[in-house]
Design a protein around this ligand. Structure first.
Ligand SMILES: *Cc1c(COP(=O)(O)O)cnc(C)c1O
Length: 383
């Protein structure tokens, strides 16, 4: 992109209904938000358990700022690994049933750092076509041979594994797909990883806090195994920020010594770790949050059953309504906004061309009435 080309590139995006603009929130994250001066009932965030603005998390973080200050001040390996972070890593490891865990600044950073630590030139990575962009970027950055298989197509994956000459192999998948809400066949993937001597890298950004009674996909599918590397983000259901990787003690020691997105970055604010610790307690204790989401999912499916809008098969809080055209999805999102409801229109390149969608994201922060209000608005915009 040359300086004189940006203008026409932006115009081209606008012409394809793909120009992104950020809505500005003037309130905390939650089911009801103020955006650009207007109040909305929102089905847009990944705050699935409704914890992002929970009083207990606010209090934990405020108190921890008193104890630990604000800035990390240094990279973790120099002088930026704090006691509260060590405590959070130990709690996270135990929470998902692994020997050890390592906190990263974000899920994006974790995916880049871990994949490039495990595979390099001459190795091979195998990735589901619907994987999150950060996994793809990690695979590309690793310089390993990068093979993508059709979504959840185990036969194609097996063919690719059978054909590879690479000595070190890594299969990378989302546990729950971020734009579809469906799940990877994890037990079958682990069998393939064993048969073909590969790592299984599991990105549980959308399963942590929900699957496995909140403890994530490893617990849900009993996947503890030396070949499995587990990553979950802490800015979605956990309501805070950051991410962690869990596995064997050796694996974590290796990442501390090799993951460039861990080594060459300033430690995140230590107070964040205190909020993460508090969040783990709530994820564990507040089982009603997961029950309420399940009720919301049932209500949404029941309410749309006899309409022209169809949902995907998803038991996660991610409930996309596939519309197809970019223009049509923008129009529907706009009509919902006019009724005070915020549902994001997701377009390419986030999703494949021709599969633009309303990504309804349900949360334990929503009440039954909120979901009824969404249904009424959806029915009125399609009638
Ligand atoms: C959100 C997300 C990430 C990135 O996590 P951040 O902490 O937001 O950087 C990685 N993988 C998946 C599947 C995600 O949905």
């Amino acid at each position: 992109m040359r300086p004189d080309e940006i203008d026409s590139a932006l115009s081209a995006l606008a012409g394809e209904h793909r120009l992104r603009r950020r809505a500005t929130l003037q309130s905390p994250q939650g089911p009801r938000v103020t955006i650009d001066g207007r109040d909305y009932l929102a089905f847009a965030s990944n705050d699935y358990l409704g914890l992002a603005n929970h009083p207990a998390l606010r209090q934990a973080m405020q108190q921890a700022i008193g104890d630990w200050g604000v800035g990390g001040g240094s990279s973790a390996l120099v002088a930026g690994h704090f006691g509260i972070q060590q405590q959070a890593e130990e709690a996270l490891a135990e929470f998902v049933g692994c020997e050890a865990a390592l906190l990263f600044g974000s899920g994006y950073a974790a995916n880049l750092g871990v994949i490039t630590s495990l595979v390099g030139r001459g190795d091979a990575v195998f990735a589901d076509r619907l994987n999150h962009a950060s996994l793809n970027d990690g695979c590309l950055l690793s310089r390993a041979t990068f093979k993508r298989f059709r979504h959840n197509d185990l036969a194609q994956l097996e063919q690719l594994l059978r054909d590879t000459p690479a000595r070190t192999r890594l299969i990378a998948v989302d546990a729950v797909y971020s734009m579809d809400g469906d799940e990877a066949p994890l037990r079958e993937l682990l069998q393939l990883a064993e048969r073909y001597d590969a790592w299984l890298y599991l990105d549980d950004a959308h399963g942590f806090g929900l699957l496995g009674d909140g403890h994530g996909a490893l617990l849900e599918y009993a996947l503890h195994h030396p070949r499995v590397v587990y990553m979950a983000t802490l800015g979605k259901a956990a309501g805070v920020a950051g991410a962690f990787v869990a596995g064997s003690r050796q694996l974590i020691d290796w990442l501390v010594n090799s993951a460039r997105t861990y080594i060459f970055t300033t430690a995140h604010p230590p107070a964040q770790a205190a909020a993460i610790l508090r969040s783990l307690q709530l994820i564990d204790a507040d089982k009603w949050r997961r029950h309420l989401i399940n009720e919301h999912i049932s209500a949404l499916h029941a309410g749309l059953r006899a309409t022209s809008l169809s949902l995907c098969s998803s038991r996660s809080p991610i409930q996309p309504i596939i519309i197809g055209s970019n223009k049509q999805v923008l129009k529907l999102a706009e009509q919902l906004r006019a009724r005070g409801i915020w549902v994001p229109a997701i377009r390419p390149p986030t999703v494949p061309a021709g599969s633009a969608r309303l990504r309804v994201s349900l949360s334990a922060g929503h009440t039954r009435d909120d979901v009824a209000e969404l249904l009424a608005a959806l029915l009125s915009v399609i009638s």
